[in-house]
Design a protein around this ligand. Structure first.
Ligand SMILES: [Zn+2]
Length: 123
């Protein structure tokens, strides 16, 4: 599996904005995006402490996960995220990589300056 050309790079995520909105986890946060391979719902991941943020309007809604080991049942469609599989980065299945278009269409669009300022209306 390779990174898809239009995938949102981790370094595009606005760390300061995530923290400002209450996204601090345990320090040394490393944020990334993933999406449900079944319905395409976007989730924010903090992979220093393996946390999944469920709600872009309320960053307190989060669950502990074990990336690369455990699965997760998507709260939108009930489909399972794959077990023993990377959910983020280049090793993730293409169906779980978030593209700029996915992000612009998602309520998570505020996490990157590019999609926050342009908004979904540009697409
Ligand atoms: Zn889903």
């Amino acid at each position: 599996m390779a990174i898809i050309p239009d995938a949102v790079p981790e370094e595009s995520l606005d760390h300061g904005e995530i923290i400002r909105r209450g996204g601090a986890n345990c320090g040394d946060e490393d944020f990334a995006l993933c999406k449900c391979p079944h319905c395409g719902r976007v989730y924010l991941v903090e992979y220093e402490v393996d946390t999944l943020y469920l709600d872009p309007a309320n960053l307190d809604r989060r669950v502990g996960i074990n990336i690369g080991v455990s699965g997760y049942r998507c709260e939108a469609c009930g489909g399972m995220f794959p077990e023993r599989t990377a959910w983020i980065g280049q090793k993730a299945p293409e169906s779980m990589q978030v593209t700029w278009q996915d992000l612009a269409a998602s309520p998570w669009r505020w996490v990157a300056a590019r999609t926050r300022e342009g908004g979904a209306t540009d697409l």
